[in-house]
Design a protein around this ligand. Structure first.
Ligand code: SF4
Ligand code: SF4
Length: 301
C-alpha cells in the first residue's frame, strides 16, 4: 500500500516516544542516573529513549578503539627503572606517520656526545594526527600506543594541541587497563610466555595448553612435585629391591656407627629380600661371627 513504509517508520518513533514515559515510571525517574540501567538502555532490550546523556553518560569504547597516540613508560613501582621510557628514539614512527606530525629529539651522552637510545623531546601535533595508528603498528618496541581519550577539545589549539613528552607519557598499567587483551597478547609475543622456566615447568607438569594471564606470565613457577614411587615398586623389580635393601643396610650401619654401636657386616642376599617387619629380624650373634672370622683366618694361614 502506498505510504505503508512511512507509517511503519512513524510507528517505531511513536513507540519509543511512548515507552520513554513507561520507562520513567518503571525506573521511578532514575533511568538516566543508575549505572546498571545504562547497558540495558543501550542494548537490544531498550524500550524507550536510547539516547546518551553526554557528557554525564559516555558510551564505552571497544578495546581496539584508537584516538591519539601516547608513549608507554615503566610503572612508578617498577623494581629497576621506574618511569623509564620504552621509546628508543629510533624514529620509525616519525618516518611512517602519513601527515608527518611527530617530532623526536634523540638524547645524547653529556660527556661523550654519542647518541643514547632515549628521546629528550617527543612532540605530536594532535590536530594534524589522523588517528591512523601507523606509529603504534610500526614501533618495534611497543612504545607508542593509541589512546581512548577523545575529549581533547580546548580553546587554544596553537599550544594545547601539541603534546610534548610529558603529556604523552603514560605508565604501562594505563595501557593494561584500557586494552587488557591486546596488552597481554603483546606481552606474550614479546616472549614473556616463552620464559624457559615457564616452559620447563609446563613440560614437567604435563601441561600443553595453558591460558596466559598476567599472573602466570612472569611469575617464576613452582617446580612440580616429584612423583613418589609406588609402594610395591620393590616387589615388581627384583634388582631395584636389592638396591633398596643394600641402601637400607648401609643406612642402618651408618646410624649404628653414629650411635657408637658395633658395625654390622653386610649380608649378601641371593634373592630379593621380602619386606620383614623390624620385630621379626633374627638377632645378630656377634660372638659367632667373630669365631667365624677367626676360623677363616686360621684356614688361610
Ligand atoms: S615510539 Fe617506537 S617507533 Fe617511535 S621513536 Fe620511539 S621506539 Fe621508535
Ligand atoms: S596515528 Fe597516524 S597520523 Fe597520528 S601520529 Fe600516529 S602515524 Fe601519525
Amino acid at each position: 500500500m502506498y505510504g505503508q513504509g512511512i507509517l511503519k517508520g512513524l510507528w517505531v518513533t511513536f513507540r519509543h516516544f511512548f515507552n520513554t514515559y513507561v520507562d520513567d515510571i518503571r525506573y521511578a525517574g532514575r533511568k538516566y542516573f543508575r549505572q546498571e540501567n545504562f547497558p540495558i538502555r543501550q542494548g537490544l532490550k531498550a524500550q524507550g529513549a536510547f539516547t546518551v546523556q553526554y557528557p554525564d553518560e559516555k558510551l564505552a569504547v571497544p578495546e581496539r578503539f584508537r584516538f591519539t597516540p601516547f608513549l608507554v613508560v615503566n610503572d612508578p613501582d617498577h623494581p629497576e627503572a621506574p618511569g623509564e621510557d620504552w621509546c628508543t628514539s629510533c624514529g620509525i614512527c616519525a618516518k611512517v606517520c602519513p601527515p608527518q606530525c611527530i617530532w623526536i629529539v634523540r638524547g645524547s651522552d653529556p660527556t661523550t656526545g654519542r647518541p643514547v637510545p632515549q628521546p629528550t623531546a617527543f612532540f605530536i601535533d594532535i590536530d594534524i594526527c589522523m588517528n591512523c595508528g601507523f606509529c603504534a603498528e610500526f614501533c618495534p618496541f611497543d612504545a607508542i600506543k593509541m589512546d581512548h581519550n577523545y575529549e581533547l577539545a580546548s580553546y587554544d589549539r596553537t599550544t594545547h594541541h601539541i603534546h610534548d613528552k610529558q603529556h604523552l607519557s603514560r605508565p604501562l598499567s594505563y595501557w593494561k587497563n584500557i586494552a587488557p587483551t591486546t596488552a597481554l597478547e603483546e606481552a606474550v609475543a614479546r616472549g614473556g610466555w616463552e620464559h624457559p622456566d615457564v616452559l620447563k615447568a609446563m613440560k614437567k607438569a604435563g601441561q600443553t595448553a595453558v591460558t596466559p594471564t598476567w599472573e602466570n606470565m612472569f611469575a617464576k613457577p613452582e617446580p612440580p612435585a616429584r612423583p613418589l614411587p609406588p609402594a610395591d615398586a620393590a616387589d615388581e623389580d627384583p634388582a631395584k629391591a636389592e638396591r633398596l635393601r643394600k641402601r637400607e643396610e648401609a643406612l642402618a650401619r651408618k646410624r649404628a656407627a653414629e650411635a657408637g654401636e658395633p658395625a654390622q657386616p653386610a649380608v649378601e642376599a641371593t634373592a630379593p629380600a621380602p619386606a620383614v617387619p623390624t620385630g621379626d629380624k633374627p638377632k645378630f650373634d656377634k660372638q659367632a661371627m667373630l669365631e667365624k672370622i677367626r676360623q677363616r683366618k686360621a684356614d688361610k694361614g
